[in-house]
Design a protein around this ligand. Sequence first.
Ligand code: ADP
Ligand code: NI
Length: 207
Amino acid sequence: MKEQKSIQLEHIRHWVKEALTNERTGHDWQHVTRVAKLALYIGKTENADLFIIEAAALVHDLIDAKIALEHRLEIQEVKEQLASFGVSHEQIRQIADIITTMSFRDRERRAEKPLLIEGKAVQDADRLDAIGAVGIARTFMFAGAKGNSLYGTGNSAYAHFSDKLLLLKDMMNTETGIKLADERHEFLLRFIRQFQRETSGLDCETS
Ligand code: ADP
Ligand code: NI
């Protein structure tokens, strides 16, 4: 059984890696591997089903509306691919439930039907990867890919910090997620302070 699961995970990794290697909006294979690692770390402290966590983390961004069109799949295609690797119907149902409702955009809808612990671990991991040094880097990568400006009014990269990134620390589900988010949030605040100093010219004012 254990052997079967690790073979299935190997298939999923191979498939997702191929699908997302050249994705350039910050939802790439490197993001997926960081999320899977964080989600497993969180899941181990929560006595969760680690197969569901890893599988869901690996496929979580394949259906995201924000990823480049040529990399995006329909949920049905993800389900069929998982079935072709021998993942059971019930496991596919759980994985699909997590990845279709874990996004920041779904937070209000989710309030009515909270995620199970496996979903909470993957969601925390995905949110952790949106903050800290990596989160900052991804924000500018995303903005570059979309042609958005660095800062200023409108849909700028810098506006994304207050629109979303600064809210994530208080949206963590798990104890481990909360702990990890604290350090990353502090780093966001430091970055913002310095960014404001430089963009407002405070560091080159003559007194
Ligand atoms: P989620 O799956 O939680 O909805 P997103 O797809 O919105 O996450 O975000 C993926 C990555 O792109 C994150 O690092 C996020 O901070 C970044 N991002 C999303 N929207 C923007 C934006 N408008 N400007 C800059 N970065 C963004
Ligand atoms: Ni993601």
